[in-house]
Design a protein around this ligand. Structure first.
Ligand code: ATP
Ligand code: MG
Length: 234
């Protein structure tokens, strides 16, 4: 039996209302990402890339249309059910890292496990999660930075912490919004190498970028133009 696509976006519309003005940010967007694919979305600034990624990552809801993740339609699910999926099945890497400045590198990477574990279980599971976070941080090359705070890291190192945090709960889908957007080209190339390595191990990745050279390193490129998907998006 063939597996369901990792992501199906069908007829999605998103409109922002500012006073009387309506801003149609996404219009009838269809696209699909297969399990194990590494797909990028490119488009001009303001074309709706982050908006689309936020909808797929369940950080926001569409006005119309459906989104299915690994065969499950998540559009109509309750707040709680969506939270669970966001926590377990999705890893999100933000352009500006969004690390917690008061936590160490290790603390930041452990956060998704902490959020998902009831307080009473945390004490008995903490050691296990610390070991797991340490292992992921080793994979991204930060073994010797565990006790640093984000401000004591370079941009590339911060992005690697963000990637480790996103991968901590072993998500089905990794979503990355301009993961190289803030980095010089050499550091950006290292991040792409890292993402490609995870993809080779089977990680499904949907990445937003405005850089066509970066996009060309993925399996497939989708183009967003003024909130519409150019081509068929599959
Ligand atoms: N919360 C909001 N309220 C109103 N308008 C918004 C909101 N969020 C985004 N927009 C508008 O929607 C459009 C698309 O925004 P989005 O962030 O998705 O673009 P983008 O393609 O990611 O751009 P960039 O490459 O600059 O990051 C923009 O014109 C933006 O001003
Ligand atoms: Mg954006």
């Amino acid at each position: 039996m063939s597996r369901s696509p990792a992501i199906i976006v069908q007829g999605v519309h998103k409109t922002y209302k500012l006073g009387r003005q309506e801003l149609h940010v996404l219009q009838n967007v269809d696209c699909q990402v297969e399990q194990g694919e590494f797909v990028s979305i490119v488009g001009a600034s303001g074309s709706g890339k982050s908006t689309l990624l936020h909808l797929v990552g369940l950080l926001d809801r569409s006005d119309e249309g459906h989104i299915a993740l690994s065969g499950q339609d998540v559009s109509e699910l309750s707040f709680r059910a969506r939270n669970r999926i966001r926590c377990h099945d999705i890893g999100f890497v933000f352009q500006f890292y969004h690390l917690f400045s008061e936590l160490t590198v290790l603390g930041n990477a452990m956060l998704p496990a902490m959020v998902d574990t009831p307080l009473l279980q945390w004490m008995s599971k903490r050691k296990h999660y610390r070991e797991k976070a340490t292992a992921v941080l080793e994979e991204v090359g930060l073994a010797d930075r565990l006790k640093h705070r984000p401000r004591e890291l370079s941009g590339g190192e911060r992005q690697r912490v963000a990637i480790a945090r996103a991968l901590m709960n072993e998500p089905d889908i990794l979503l990355a919004d301009e993961p190289t957007g803030n980095l010089d080209s050499k550091t950006g190339a290292k991040i792409m190498k890292l993402l490609n390595r995870y993809n080779e191990k089977g990680q499904t990745i949907l990445m937003v970028t405005h850089d066509s050279k970066i996009a060309a390193q993925t399996d497939r490129v989708m183009h967003l133009v003024d909130g519409r998907m150019a081509g068929d998006g599959s």
